[in-house]
Unconditional design. Structure first.
Length: 185
């Protein structure tokens, strides 16, 4: 049975597992940005929050999971509460157009850490850079794809899922032609 056909309940544990690496990355990024002072850290965290709101508005609102309660991260639930649902057939396009809002969260802290290491080397900053890189570029993508993508109705069109399942794409296309997702699907 595919994830699309399974009516899976997302638990609090699923949401913690899904969000903990991202929140850890944000915390490590804020600590790294503290090299330039507390205002740099605060600015980074505000941008993180802004980027999630952008993501929820311009990507999650196009996902079939946004109104089903089957979004492991819970971002779909936030999207459903704040924004109207949009046609899922445009999800891939919206993902490509809007994912760049997340790039500064991932790349500014390592750039700052490398700068700090070159100008004022410290083992603490080196450790922060290594841990940040492991979390951001290893743990976060791995945990997001390992279980979440396998069970997701959008995996056939989501660039993050990296699927080549043509059968799933055809099934998803038929699902999209029925209209926006409801909790009954």
């Amino acid at each position: 049975m595919t994830g699309q056909n399974r009516k899976r309940t997302v638990t609090t544990g699923d949401r913690i597992r899904e969000n903990l690496p991202m929140l850890t990355m944000w915390a490590l990024g804020a600590i790294i940005l503290a090299y330039f002072g507390w205002l740099a850290s605060l600015t980074y965290l505000v941008f993180c929050a802004f980027s999630i709101i952008w993501f929820v508005r311009f990507i999650c609102s196009y996902c079939v999971n946004s109104r089903t309660g089957r979004c492991d991260s819970g971002l779909g639930n936030i999207s459903a509460a704040l924004f109207k649902s949009n046609p899922p057939r445009f999800f891939r396009r919206q993902f490509h157009r809007n994912i760049a809002i997340q790039f500064p969260i991932w790349f500014v802290p390592p750039i700052v850490a490398v700068y700090a290491l070159l100008t004022d080397f410290s083992y603490a900053m080196l450790a922060l850079l290594v841990i940040f890189s492991i979390v951001a570029f290893g743990v976060l993508p791995l945990t997001a794809q390992k279980k979440t993508c396998d069970d997701c109705a959008m995996r056939g069109v989501c660039p993050w899922a990296k699927t080549t399942d043509g059968k799933h794409r055809k099934s998803l296309k038929a699902h999209h032609e029925k209209g926006p997702a409801t909790s009954e699907e």
